[in-house]
Design a protein around this ligand. Structure first.
Ligand SMILES: Cc1cc2nc3c(=O)[nH]c(=O)nc-3n(C[C@H](O)[C@H](O)[C@H](O)COP(=O)(O)OP(=O)(O)OC[C@H]3O[C@@H](n4cnc5c(N)ncnc54)[C@H](O)[C@@H]3O)c2cc1C
Length: 467
């Protein structure tokens, strides 16, 4: 089936150089190698050429040409994706990183229009000047782009209060696989205008179109924050605390969980002192000084009811930063165990959180691999970090354990992904999760991209799109 696609020729390179200028085209080996991976350890697939367009019209011309010639095109932002959306059929790596401008800030309307390649943290730094922010807050915020976030429906540390990227996208300019430029959505907060094609694009992981302009709604920066760490004698007591906070309707902005093994790894990595305990929660409240403090007091009462062994409330912004640095250090801390690691992204009903953590421990033991857990527990999202250290022979076991956990998640009514997406990694489970609805997804892909030139192999197998 690989022969279905055309290989890049000298004439193609000439065409792209004429369109974009030589400095925005590369066939250099280092560039191809650098773009052969994302943050998922599942495969190394080099593109044949890397292109950096600087306008929607250039993206349109690239897609028109590639569609005609049947050249695969893989859109890319910061390459921090965790599901292997890599160029498995070669072709064009379409880097959006030079389309990184803020087009307009609509301060009164609390909206912003951006090009897709702007980095999340950079956008929020600019918005801060207006007292505004774009809340989803992925841990990878210093490297990931807004285009990548929309394509993955990313979220993260504050989703329990603010929701996911999907809730913030008001408008998209999209270049369709054959090069047509369309606009979806409006600059209004509500509309009732037929099928919601805008929302369909969110989470499509580069398989339906390339986003070249994005309009987001924004929120006011909270007046006041309170951040606390609570340490528990068991995973069960930490999970019970989460459940009670949510069930009592407390307006919390973050409910982050870390188990004992993850705490140890982070404490070593960040050189911080954490008390002996089996689980930790990081809770943050946002609002007016009074509201944020009152909510935190109620949370502290719940920590105590559940026998917390230690409770630390950040005394100032610096301490708050240190708390968050501990939480955000989880990925590099696990990587220090060795380069072979895998991260799950399952979501379960809140009543199954404890079972999910136990299941991951059982599977870690069954396969003789390290497993530790963090998660956005306020919305039931678990990231089990599986590690085989540097033992290449155990890579298979990482995948087997993760696959079993994913299957279990489907059985208990959970989701195979909360924020990372399907990519190439979870393709084998997407049909199982959605059954008949998967056929409908496939029909949509076929009608928008019948030649399957856009991100072939991602979410759908090439053969099923062409059949
Ligand atoms: C350490 C670490 C922590 C992370 N933490 C979180 C977290 O807390 N929450 C979370 O949700 N994710 C997290 N992630 C995953 C990842 O960072 C997010 O999915 C992120 O949004 C990807 O953005 P990116 O710019 O790097 O996209 P890329 O990796 O470049 O691409 C991701 C997908 O988006 C598509 N894409 C990119 N740009 C466009 C575009 N303009 N048009 C159409 N499709 C496009 C690509 O084709 C690909 O399918 C983490 C990753 C790492 C490595």
């Amino acid at each position: 089936m690989t022969s279905y696609f055309s290989r890049i020729t000298g004439r193609d390179v000439e065409f792209f150089e004429k369109l974009l200028g030589g400095k925005n085209v590369s066939i250099e080996e280092e560039e191809l190698v650098a773009n052969a991976v994302d943050a998922y350890p599942g495969g190394f697939y080099k593109p044949e050429i890397v292109l950096w367009p600087t306008s929607s019209e250039e993206v349109s011309e690239i897609l028109k040409y590639s569609y005609e010639k049947r050249i695969p095109v893989y859109p890319k932002g910061g390459s921090t994706g965790l599901t292997g959306t890599v160029p498995i059929y070669g072709g064009v790596l379409l880097s959006l990183t030079k389309m990184n401008k803020i087009v307009n800030i609509y301060e009164e309307d609390m909206q912003v229009t951006v090009q897709p390649g702007i980095i999340y943290d950079r956008l929020n730094k600019e918005l801060e000047k207006y007292g505004l922010f774009f809340p989803p807050d992925p841990s990878s915020g210093s490297w990931c782009t807004i285009g990548g976030m929309v394509a993955s429906n990313s979220s993260g540390l504050k989703a329990v209060k603010y929701g996911t990227t999907r809730e913030y996208v008001l408008g998209l300019e999209v270049v369709l696989p054959e090069g047509r430029i369309i606009r979806l959505g409006t600059r209004t907060f509500k509309y009732s205008t037929g099928f919601d094609l805008l929302k369909m694009m969110i989470g499509s992981q580069g398989t339906l179109g390339v986003f070249t302009e994005i309009t987001l709604r924004l929120r006011n920066l909270p007046e006041y924050y309170q951040t606390a760490l609570a340490f528990f004698p068991s995973v069960e007591s930490a999970v019970k605390t989460v459940y009670q906070i949510v069930r009592r309707g407390l307006d919390v902005a973050a409910v982050e969980f870390m188990d004992e093994k993850m705490m140890k790894a982070v404490a070593e990595y960040r050189k911080i002192d954490l008390p002996e305990s089996k689980a930790m929660l990081l809770i943050e409240t946002h609002g007016t000084r009074l509201a944020a403090s009152e909510t935190m007091e109620k949370c502290i009462r719940i920590f105590e009811e559940n026998n917390a062994v230690d409770i630390r409330v950040a005394r100032d912004a610096e301490e708050r930063e240190r708390f968050w640095a501990a939480r955000k250090g989880a990925y590099p801390a696990t990587l220090r165990l060795g380069k072979y690691m895998l991260i799950s992204d399952i979501v379960v009903p809140l009543s199954k959180l404890y079972d999910a953590v136990q299941k991951s421990y059982e599977l870690g033991e069954e396969y003789g691999i390290h497993s530790s857990t963090i998660g956005h527990f306020g919305d039931g999202n678990l990231h089990v970090h599986w590690s085989a250290g540097n033992n290449k022979d155990k890579i298979e076991d990482l995948h087997k354990a993760n696959d079993k956990l994913t299957k279990w998640t489907i059985e208990i009514g959970g989701s195979i992904s909360g924020e990372h997406g399907i990519g190439t990694e979870k393709k084998k489970f997407v049909k199982e999760q959605f059954r008949e609805a998967f056929d409908l997804m496939l029909k949509i892909k076929k009608s928008i991209d019948p030649r399957c030139v856009l991100s072939p192999g991602v979410i759908f197998d090439l053969e099923e799109v062409l059949s």
